[in-house]
Write a protein that binds this ligand. Structure first.
Ligand code: COA
Length: 330
């Protein structure tokens, strides 16, 4: 059975830097509060009107260039996002059109902060099954579009941000590539991090009443999310490594979803990893949801932090709750 190897990575973030002090002018918060609770020093938000597809296209072109693969060689596109441009169709169709004239399948994945791992699991299954040879996986978000940048929405507004990351996967008969992926859901916790409306369960699906009741903004039980994240992520890392006949002792580099620096630090401690074995960049980008892992991976690759033979592990947890991990031999 072929494996899926990561041939190239790329990312793109908006130019506009939003500092904690800037947010403190919009809401009752402070640089000290945000840094001490989340580790975030600044994040990127797009200028209003900027297309997320453009960020995804830039990240994809960089990943294709790094891979030495032409966009016309792609057999499929898997696009993780929870902030699509439109209610329908999904972002994947716009990216397909921006990259190639070939009518390749383009599938949107909606799995929140675990979106990239879920997208990777679909691409990996396609490649292992022999259905497709070369697959582009993208995680992209424009979270600034739906945040409530006032004191009422400060718990989420200071955390979430915009960006895109991409990887090009190709079937290989070599021993490198994705060794195992593990994905889970526990819908009992669906209300712990959600945007309730608009939605098809309502008539009309968008209304002034919903707007007044703030149902278009995210609600988050922050402490609950934190508590579950620090338990599920290490558990999933261990399970996924075990599926590959490996253990934490074999791991070279962990790239955790960038939810909160304190979550990453708790996961690191629980797994007994050294500082140089865990990569974090939430300090400068905030939580870009499905884009955090491919952005971080691209930074590591370009900085030479990932070498041939290294064992790299991704792990993520978020709304749903949905979580998972992937183990990759570089
Ligand atoms: N600035 C200042 N104060 C804030 C604030 C902000 N941006 N956001 C919330 N607060 C306030 C709260 O209103 C609360 O005030 P109160 O005690 O008067 O009610 C107080 O800070 C403490 O809130 P609490 O939720 O107990 O703080 P916390 O220590 O749990 O930290 C989070 C809050 C959100 C940073 C933390 O729970 C967290 O990171 N959770 C995980 C969230 C996450 O990762 N989400 C993404 C999922 S992938």
């Amino acid at each position: 059975m072929p494996r899926a190897a990561i041939l190239g990575t790329g990312h793109s973030v908006p130019e506009r830097v939003v500092t904690n002090d800037e947010l403190a002018q919009l809401m009752q918060t402070s640089d000290e509060w945000i840094r001490s609770r989340t580790g975030i020093q600044e994040r990127r938000w797009v200028e209003p009107g900027t297309s997320g597809i453009d960020l995804a296209r830039q990240a994809s072109v960089r990943a294709l260039d790094a891979a030495g693969v032409d966009a016309d060689e792609l057999d499929a596109i898997i696009y993780a996002t929870i902030s699509p441009e439109h209610y329908l169709p999904g972002n994947g169709v716009y990216l397909q059109h921006a990259l190639t004239t070939r009518p390749v399948p383009a599938l949107d994945i909606r799995a929140q902060c675990a979106g990239f791992i879920y997208a990777l699991s679909v691409a990996d299954a396609y490649i292992r099954a022999g259905l497709y040879r070369t697959v582009l996986v993208v995680g992209q978000e424009i979270q600034s579009a739906w945040l409530d940048a006032t004191t009422e929405g400060r718990d989420t507004a200071v955390i979430f941000a915009d960006g895109a990351g991409a990887v090009v996967l190709r079937a290989t008969e070599e021993s490198r590539g994705i060794l195992a992926i593990d994905v889970h859901t526990d819908g009992a916790h669906a209300d712990k991090l959600m945007i309730e409306a608009p939605g098809a369960r309502y008539r009309p699906k968008e209304s002034a009443a919903h707007l007044a009741a703030r149902r278009f903004f995210p609600v988050m039980a922050g402490r609950e999310v934190f508590r579950h994240a620090v338990a599920r992520m290490p558990e999933s890392v261990r399970e996924t490594l075990a599926k590959s006949g490996l253990s934490v002792a074999d791991l070279t580099l962990l790239i955790p979803h960038q939810a909160n620096l304190r979550i990453s630090q708790a996961v690191q401690k629980e797994l007994g990893l050294r500082d140089d074995q865990v990569y974090n960049n939430i300090m400068t980008y905030g939580n870009t949801t499905s884009a955090t892992i491919p952005i971080a991976l691209d930074e590591c690759v370009r900085a030479g932090r990932v070498c041939s033979g290294d064992l790299v592990v991704f792990t993520a947890f978020g709304s749903g709750f949905m979580w998972g991990s992937a183990v990759v031999r570089w």
